[in-house]
Ligand binder design. Structure first.
Ligand code: ZN
Length: 293
């Protein structure tokens, strides 16, 4: 009897593993709760199309990034977070502190995506807590932008969890079935992680930009590394590039990166454009919201 029980358990485990691998490798994932609609690493993208995405802002460097995007006539997607660097979520949030950057972001045609209010890892939360993290972030945005607010119906989970690497299928289903009615999931092309958040150059810190020294060797090395990484991943294939607008280096490297991609024939689109390209409908409609922005 014991032997039968063990065999049965092993059978169930092997079915679940197989299902997880199968779900990842096949088109079935587009209809699975483990993979709600959106973009995941390895998905097909239109050729020579780059999707610039910036996580964790707004910060004091966001407006500099907006200046570059304006100069280059390029639109991007910002996955914003009200209290990225403030785990207790107390005091003025970064939406309030950088409200002008947010206003410019929407007025200049960029897309705002939801990155949760407190940068919480979704796999550690209950379904109710997950919903609260996204709705709270939306609430803080509405408070700051008023009539110009946007519904953030494209979302990126903090740290990419549970879709960043092989996670248990049940965690993906639990999170996936919760977020599928909140927004379209936007992951990034793994090899196009800009590496801008891998280390901090001297003085490069979210709340303290006053004395960032962009002439130090460590800063220049970091800038070169980020540039090389993006330039080498743009080989004609469509790419979703991960940046963080909480690093000065991102602002400084952006213009050369865009110029190099343009030289290679790339065009730039937002994750909302991706949704329209893939599904023929906007993210609001896909998650069941009615009006147009
Ligand atoms: Zn983040």
């Amino acid at each position: 009897m014991k032997y039968i029980k063990i065999s049965f358990c092993l059978f169930i485990i092997s079915v679940l593993c197989h299902e997880a691998i199968f779900a990842r490798r096949s088109g079935i994932r587009n209809r699975s709760d483990a993979y709600p609609g959106g973009y995941y690493n390895g998905d097909t993208l239109p050729v020579k199309t780059a999707y610039l995405t910036f996580d964790d802002g707004p910060s004091e460097w966001t407006e500099g990034i907006l200046d570059t995007l304006k100069e280059e006539k390029v639109n991007a997607t910002f996955f914003i977070c009200a209290y990225w660097n403030n785990k207790k979520m107390k005091g003025a949030n970064s939406f309030r502190r950088h409200s002008n950057a947010l206003l410019r972001t929407v007025r200049e045609g960029h897309v705002l995506g939801n990155h949760t209010a407190g940068h919480r890892v979704l796999t550690a939360l209950s379904p109710a807590q997950i919903k609260k993290e996204f709705s709270l972030n939306q609430y803080y945005l509405d408070q700051v932008l008023g009539s110009e607010t946007r519904s953030m119906t494209i979302i990126r989970p903090p740290l990419g969890k549970p879709w960043n690497r092989n996670r248990p299928l049940n965690a993906m289903i639990r999170v996936g079935s919760t977020v599928k009615n909140i927004g379209m999931v936007a992951m990034w092309t793994k090899k196009c992680d800009s590496t801008d958040s891998w280390d901090w150059a001297r003085g490069e810190w979210y709340r303290n930009s006053a004395r960032v020294d962009n002439r130090t060797e460590s800063f220049l090395r970091k800038k070169e590394r980020v540039y090389n990484r993006i330039a080498s991943c743009a080989e004609g294939n469509g790419i979703v590039i991960l940046f963080h607008d909480t690093h000065l280096v991102t602002k400084e490297v952006l213009s050369p990166v865009i110029k190099e991609l343009k030289r290679k024939g790339y065009v730039f689109r937002t994750m909302e454009d991706f949704t329209l390209w893939k599904y023929g409908r906007g993210s609001r409609e896909l998650v069941g919201l009615k009006s147009s922005h």
